[in-house]
Design a protein around this ligand. Sequence first.
Ligand SMILES: *[C@@H]1O[C@H](CO)[C@@H](O)[C@H](O)[C@H]1NC(C)=O
Ligand SMILES: *[C@@H]1O[C@H](CO)[C@@H](O)[C@H](O)[C@H]1NC(C)=O
Ligand SMILES: *[C@@H]1O[C@H](CO)[C@@H](O)[C@H](O)[C@H]1NC(C)=O
Ligand SMILES: *[C@@H]1O[C@H](CO)[C@@H](O)[C@H](O)[C@H]1NC(C)=O
Ligand SMILES: *[C@@H]1O[C@H](CO)[C@@H](O)[C@H](O)[C@H]1NC(C)=O
Ligand SMILES: *[C@@H]1O[C@H](CO)[C@@H](O)[C@H](O)[C@H]1NC(C)=O
Ligand SMILES: *[C@@H]1O[C@H](CO)[C@@H](O)[C@H](O)[C@H]1NC(C)=O
Length: 818
Amino acid sequence: MGYCKSSLLVWILPTMCLICVSLGVDNYRIDCGSPTNTPVGDRVFVADDFDSNILSTPQDVSVQTRKESISSAIDLALYQTARVLNGTSSYTFSIKEHGYYWIRLYFCPFVDGNYNLSIAKFSVSAQSFTLLSDFQPQDGSVVKEYCLNINSDNLVLTFTPSANSFAFLNALEIVSLPNDLIPDGARTVDPPIKYQTFTRRALETVARVNMGNQTVSPQNDTLWRLWVSDEPFLNHVNLVNFVSNFKAVNYSTKWHNIAPSSVYGTATRLNSQPDPNTAVNMTWFFPVDPGFEYLVRFHFCDIVSTSPAQLFFNVYINTWLVALNLDLSNLTSNVLGTPYFMDVVAKSSNSRNLGVSVGPSTLGIGYPDGILNGLEIMKLSNSRGSLAASDFEVSSTNKVWVILGVTIGGSFIAVLLSLFLFVFCKRRRRRSSLVAHSTEDHFVVDEDQISRTVENKYDSGTAIISSSKIGYRVPFVAIQEATANFSESLVVGVGGFGKVYKGVLRDGTKVAVKRGVSQQGLAEFRTEIEMLSQFRHRHLVSLIGYCHEKNEMIIIYEYMENGTLKNHLYGSDLPGLSWRQRLEICIGSARGLHYLHTGYAKPIIHRDVKSANILLDENLMAKVADFGISKTGPEIDETHVSTAVKGSFGYLDPEYLTRQHLTEKSDIYSFGVVMFEVLCGRPVIDPSLPREMVNLIEWVIEWEKRGELEKIIDPRLEGETKPDSLRKFGETAVKCLAECGIDRPTMGDVLWNLECALQLQGTDKRITLNGELAPQVNAIGNFEMSVCSTQFSMGSAGDLAGISMSGVFSQMVKAENR
Ligand SMILES: *[C@@H]1O[C@H](CO)[C@@H](O)[C@H](O)[C@H]1NC(C)=O
Ligand SMILES: *[C@@H]1O[C@H](CO)[C@@H](O)[C@H](O)[C@H]1NC(C)=O
Ligand SMILES: *[C@@H]1O[C@H](CO)[C@@H](O)[C@H](O)[C@H]1NC(C)=O
Ligand SMILES: *[C@@H]1O[C@H](CO)[C@@H](O)[C@H](O)[C@H]1NC(C)=O
Ligand SMILES: *[C@@H]1O[C@H](CO)[C@@H](O)[C@H](O)[C@H]1NC(C)=O
Ligand SMILES: *[C@@H]1O[C@H](CO)[C@@H](O)[C@H](O)[C@H]1NC(C)=O
Ligand SMILES: *[C@@H]1O[C@H](CO)[C@@H](O)[C@H](O)[C@H]1NC(C)=O
């Protein structure tokens, strides 16, 4: 049944170059199972007579249907044929230009003589992401669209049939995306939960809707997106009007890619005309999978007003306020008809529906009014790198809504933004490619960093890991010079590993130099360099270089002016930290750990979270340090039995001790211990104290249960902590200490609760945005508060019954003491 094979590339390149010149070279379109090329509008899907370089599959099977059996879709032609993939099969596409790509998979289960495609069941993955798991295409055609940031030279799509089944595919499309399409909002605001970036997430389009009851076909979109009509999603059709005014759309910028004018030119508008007193919301409901985060993009364009400042409205997701008194004219420099979009990340609740509402504001003239022009909802892959519904993650804080980024198509602002994006995109691209290398080679070369720290003429030393990380190597002589030949007067820390010296590089950079004493620590030395060179984050201490010469094992870090958190809590004569400073330090370190746990496809477990491994810079900003025994998360670890229990006495997860089962939740436990150290300002184990007080955790849990935590806090904090803030903090720390890992919150939850605790302390911290976006700022403030208070009323003390801390303590004593 196979067709004669010839090189696919030979076909693709000439065809694609004609069509996609403006979008980059790495676009691929394949009409699977088809012996001929298939034009669809201005796109051409090429015949899939494969070169085995593209598709590797155990069996070569193409199937064809009779035309009548499929409904009349525009892309009908694509569904006439399919390729059956019996056994694990993968497509490998060469990607010359790294960046964001759409992957569109076309499925239509038809029946041909030998195959009934309706019984196919399979999983699909792309790079390390799971796109579909045990998927069974049902009734009619479906297009699945994913967005991935590709930083390697190949895109590998793997189809894995479920047991006793097979996979199939009707067509496949890989399209390079313009850079401005995917936001990285963490730059524009400092949200309550810092949403890292989208670069390490896969996105799946779950809804792309054009308001105004008009479908926009892929042919009418520069990026071949399908925008379906909003009417089927509307809760009450009689509460709205569908309006259209294509002429009013005024891009003033080249941002046509965000959405076409056929989207911005139509809208669904509140219909309150008959009775101004019936001010109601218009609401759309969209099916979603619980346990995932969603990126919701609102598209607005004022095509209804006749002059600026007429239209004000509120925007909600479920019951949460996203924007209060939104005034589009203000956001778009008073140019009516300027497209405007707004991105919000929503962590889904347990509901299978996500509701989006636009409602009347108390401002505005005339009847209550409000519009929405378009909406996109994209599911974000979870910490396990999966988008499959079956891989949902249970979370104790269900309703977390974060304004992420706001971007405007307005003329003046757009110019500023474009400049900003230009600079930023360049940076981001560099950063993303660094990340990619790190996942493949375990090492990254950051040229800037190196040229700043070492002169190129020094090049000696032995590579211990792989030649690709050569850039971090610093010659021994340069280190001797920086530390005045390891002068005792520059020693800032001593530990089992050796000494830490303060040093100054030739260019004036202050560094901390950790000099190992024995070859025993080689594995840790290596792990630490590998980990640090992969991760760059504000709240993780940065690697500057290392040296492995003449039996020396030296790691050079950024210098942290204020030393360890531990030193500021007890055992020194440093001034005490305020409650707010302590909260901020906890938040910072929680961010660092959250990044380790979720920033990569595989979670990284730090394994040695303790106050001595949290460092403070000159502004008391916290950074997590010491990655010597870190590991990638549970998936890998399960394959080999973990030999020795590692970690620090007093901070060790009891579950890990007893079952040797290592997960991120072990870090959560240790972090809970740190939180109580921070609260009480004393060591975890202090044998000099009365017996019942020796173990801080045992002691503190007793008091937390009684609700009298305030009686045992660090005396230096007395009168300073607000009761609500303290309670939130205590509750959170106690949850971290739950006996079973699954009962402990995730680092993201801890972070959120700490932010709440900070707010409850009565913060004046405000999310900083440019002045234009003031309404949202207020909105965020408000709904953060409402999230906090909701959590309070739900209450969470008392889930701790039954923990035997003395049992835990005796296990800890048995543990290896590092
Ligand atoms: C898949 O391959 C196996 C082994 O070659 C064969 O027994 C089975 O019938 C095939 N299934 C389909 C659906 O072609
Ligand atoms: C194909 O499989 C589906 C699902 O099992 C079944 O409902 C349908 O009747 C089958 N069609 C044919 C023609 O066998
Ligand atoms: C929405 O559009 C469809 C198709 O054009 C039409 O049948 C339907 O009546 C419209 N709905 C409303 C409420 O106007
Ligand atoms: C594309 O949009 C234009 C109006 O903007 C309309 O006239 C045309 O019919 C549309 N074409 C398709 C294929 O939807
Ligand atoms: C679009 O907006 C610009 C900037 O204010 C204005 O100069 C131009 O006339 C507008 N174009 C249309 C077609 O309204
Ligand atoms: C609109 O919905 C929000 C969220 O559910 C609610 O708080 C608000 O009161 C509603 N507005 C009106 C006018 O019903
Ligand atoms: C937007 O509103 C702010 C605050 O109300 C005001 O200072 C600013 O001038 C307005 N911008 C425009 C373009 O109207």
